[in-house]
Design a protein around this ligand. Structure first.
Ligand SMILES: *Cc1c(COP(=O)(O)O)cnc(C)c1O
Length: 417
């Protein structure tokens, strides 16, 4: 019988008993192991590895990563503030954002570095902070995300300054006396070393246009397989051509670039499980489907609805059984899009899974939910409270790192007429 990725059957049952259901469980051992792999990313002249904290932003995760030497990539001014409150030094944070916060000058003065992600951001930064050091995020004209929604480079992506506007960006930077010390390109490059080679070459061509640049940040986007048949990026393999490209630039020009990378998914994806319960079952006749209704759904896990993402589901029957059933798993929201087992390429198509024969009350463990799950939900839809988060420590002990939300908290900001 199948077992969850890192939780034993007994642990899953005990965690539900202690913390209730649903509950996110992070595995400290996996977090530390992933971080040390990331810190071994091939590099020629030094490496700064950042955690893209939007993947999951709990302070406990940030502090484990800080302890092992990762820095932070923040995606909004609020994330910068959140990281600082979690004890991250401001100068260890880099901000690349779609919405430049109003207090960006203050953020920069505290020591956080900002990557201008549009021409207008660059102008605003130049006007407020002439003479300061900044990074420039470019869209090099190519992307490689798994789906259109995860593609963050190319003409259909709004992220970064379009590479055709390079001269304009340089002029604005010069006009305000800005020291462009970093070029940033995050295109969601995936697991193919040939793509990384091309990304690195295109990014280095941009660096050549800016003699003051000392750092090249290639972003994140290292894909992780969650279910059988999906590939996990080998960082040593994709990093090898990147290291060579840096060495080649140094031979040609004497410039020894410092490499930065900022994975989110790769660090987190498989380091967390969602412990849920089967709370109802229904079927639509012999030509229809058998449905399992969990006590979780898009309020915890939105990726299946958004990207038709595939996650492993393990039923833990009260009485172990060899019998199986074909089930469509749905969430608890009154919303037909709250489908947890879509077909791999179609979020709207029902794709039954063969699972252990189940009954109402069984535990269902959903794996691969570390990245863009707890932090990216249809929070409070149907007024379901936000689920708690637990850290499974290296010692084997479990520790609550976020309480379950209460109805009072959901209503906190409402003002009755
Ligand atoms: C989201 C993001 C990342 C992390 O992407 P993953 O696919 O989770 O590795 C890195 N850099 C930037 C700028 C991002 O927006």
């Amino acid at each position: 019988m199948e077992t969850p990725r890192f939780l034993s059957r007994e642990q899953a049952i005990a965690i539900r008993e202690e913390f209730g259901s649903p509950v996110f469980v992070y595995d400290e051992t996996s977090l530390r192991a992933n971080a040390s792999e990331v810190l071994r990313f091939p590099n020629a002249f030094g490496l700064t590895a950042r955690y893209a904290m939007k993947a999951s932003s709990n302070a406990a995760i940030l502090s484990i990563f800080r302890e092992v030497g990762l820095k932070i990539d923040a995606s909004s001014g609020h994330e910068v503030e959140r990281a600082i409150r979690a004890g991250i030094p401001a100068e260890d944070i880099s901000l690349s954002t779609q919405e430049l916060p109003e207090n960006f000058a203050e953020i920069a003065k505290q020591g956080t570095t900002i990557n201008a992600c549009s021409i207008d951001q660059l102008k605003r930064i130049g006007e407020a902070l002439p003479g300061s050091s900044i990074g420039l995020r470019f869209n090099p004209g190519m992307g490689s995300g798994g789906t259109a929604k995860t593609n963050v480079g190319g003409p259909s992506s709004s992220f970064g300054i379009w590479h055709g506007k390079l001269d304009e960006a340089r002029e604005i930077a010069e006009q305000h006396n800005l020291n462009v010390f970093r070029i940033h390109t995050h295109i969601g490059s995936g697991s193919d070393p040939a793509v990384w080679q091309k990304t690195a070459a295109m990014s280095i061509d941009i660096v050549r246009e800016f003699p003051t640049v000392t750092n090249l940040n290639l972003g994140g986007g290292y894909k992780v397989g969650r279910v059988a048949g999906e590939q996990t990026t080998d960082l040593q393999v994709v990093g090898a051509p990147v290291k060579e490209a840096f060495q080649k630039l140094a031979e040609e020009t004497g410039r020894e670039l410092h490499l930065e990378i900022e994975p989110g998914t790769w660090l987190l994806a498989n380091a967390c499980a969602l412990v849920t319960s089967v709370q109802d079952m229904t079927d639509t006749g012999s030509d229809g489907y058998q449905f399992l209704k969990l006590d979780a759904g898009m309020t915890e896990l939105l990726r299946p609805s958004l990207y038709a993402a595939q996650h492993p589901y393990t039923i833990i029957p009260v009485e172990p059984t060899e019998e199986t059933g074909d089930y469509v798993i749905v969430g608890h929201c009154c919303e037909s899009g709250d489908l947890l087992t879509p077909a791999p390429d179609d979020a709207e198509a029902l794709a039954p899974r063969k699972l252990a024969k189940t009954a109402i009350g069984d535990v269902c463990v959903i794996d691969g939910v570390g990245a863009y799950c707890s932090s990216m939900t249809a929070k409070n839809y149907n007024s379901f409270p936000e689920a708690p988060e637990v850290m499974l420590r290296e010692s084997g002990k479990t520790q609550l790192i976020r309480r379950r939300q209460t109805l009072d908290q959901i209503l906190e900001n409402e003002i009755p007429l």
